[in-house]
Ligand binder design. Structure first.
Ligand code: PEP
Ligand code: MN
Length: 378
């Protein structure tokens, strides 16, 4: 059960204590407090955990400070919307808003290989007004003999160059909790010129200990990638581990499902799940067309499958696009065949603008239709 307080009541207000005192009267129930920080206001949600089936809603709803009481149906209670009873929750990071209405394009290297390539990517992004990038330092590879990423060695120049080119947020996968400290140390040493969004890759989607670690820290938001071979429900429950440890700055990423039925793509593109995840959860939703499609093949209409998959995600309302770009894909040490070149950035971004505009028009159309349906007949 979730007790939602009226906006802008501070954490230490007597009203909060009043709700906690009431909750303590019910045996086997513990109360956990969460502050939801919105762009313009913050509100407190008090989660009643344990045997709440027999706890009545009315005494809580009757308190002046309470806006609403919601009975929770799904196991992913913090990230869930619970049949539309709760609104989406976004977050601010590095001056940018990540929520179910925003759209950020996050292009960059699958794996950092040279300083020069990092500089070239950041320069191109800044020329296009993009302040978000992906940069892989720690790479989970299928074979131990493949390039494993440069690790902490590349962090000093990645952060220095991010500062130079005005990149505010870098999505960076981590595969072990020690990487969080390495990133923190390198950022602090560089004077924190940029922020990092900690990416949990599909292979670690159910690495519950790693999920708990990224959940226990509040400094970095988390980009959680759906597990490639588990159900959506299982991925949502795994993602809940992050929130349950206290960090609610989460973006949920679709990146395709592993099945031969998706051939010839690397994974079966699952971007029709964008609206599903937006309906089931309060989180912004990202799509990764590069790791979904896995190859840069041209369709007869002159656009690559990666462009088409991107468009499918964006027209369905995706809030973030994580995409591989490389100045020289033939020389990339990881995933070169799916990387777009910097010369292709302009077309790619323009294509996204067209599709986003179409999505916004579709959304406005639906809103008008709903308003008409609700209006009393003349
Ligand atoms: C990546 O984004 O670099 C990556 C490895 O993706 P995924 O975990 O989706 O395979
Ligand atoms: Mn990759």
């Amino acid at each position: 059960m979730i007790v939602i307080l009226k906006p802008d009541i501070p954490k230490d207000a007597p009203e909060v204590q009043q709700v906690l005192d009431l909750a303590s009267r019910y045996e086997g129930v513990t109360a956990k407090l969460h502050v939801v920080e919105g762009a313009t206001r913050s509100l407190i949600e008090i989660y009643l955990i344990g045997s709440t089936v027999t706890v009545p809603v009315e005494p809580f709803a009757a308190l002046d400070c309470v806006e609403r009481v919601v009975r929770v149906s799904a196991k992913y209670r913090l990230i869930g919307r619970h049949k539309g009873q709760l609104e989406a929750v976004g977050f601010q990071y590095q001056g940018l808003t990540f929520d179910q209405d925003s759209l950020h394009v996050v292009p960059g290297l699958c794996a950092v290989d040279t300083r020069d390539h990092v500089a070239q990517v950041f320069r191109a992004l800044s020329q296009h007004g993009i302040q978000t990038a992906r940069m892989g330092a720690y790479k989970p590879r299928t074979s131990p003999y493949d390039f494993q990423g440069l690790g902490k060695e590349c962090l000093p120049y990645v952060f220095e160059l991010a500062g130079k080119y005005g990149i505010r947020v870098i999505a960076m996968e981590i595969t072990h909790e020690s990487h969080i400290d390495e990133i923190k140390a390198a950022l602090d040493k560089a004077g924190s010129p940029a922020g990092v969004m900690l990416q949990i890759g599909t292979r670690n989607a159910q690495n519950f200990e790693l999920l708990k670690h990224v959940g226990q820290q509040q400094r970095f938001p988390v980009l959680f990638k759906r597990g490639m071979g588990i159900t959506l429900e299982e991925s949502l429950n795994a993602c809940e581990y992050v929130a349950s440890e206290g960090n609610r700055k989460i973006v949920f990423c679709l990146r395709g499902m592993k099945t031969n039925l998706g051939d010839p793509h690397r994974n079966f593109v699952d971007f029709s799940h964008v609206p599903v995840v937006k309906r089931l959860t309060r989180l912004p939703v990202c799509v990764d067309p590069s790791h979904s499609v896995g190859r840069k093949e041209l369709a007869p209409d002159g656009l690559t499958d990666i462009h088409h998959a991107t468009a499918q995600g964006v027209i369905a309302g995706a809030n973030m696009v994580l995409v591989d770009f490389h100045p020289n894909p033939a020389r990339a040490l990881c995933d070169g065949p799916q990387a777009l070149t910097l010369e292709e950035l302009d077309l790619y971004l323009e294509d996204i603008r067209i599709v986003r505009e179409a999505y916004e028009r579709r959304r406005a159309l639906a809103a008008r239709a709903a308003a008409q349906a609700a209006a009393p007949a003349a």
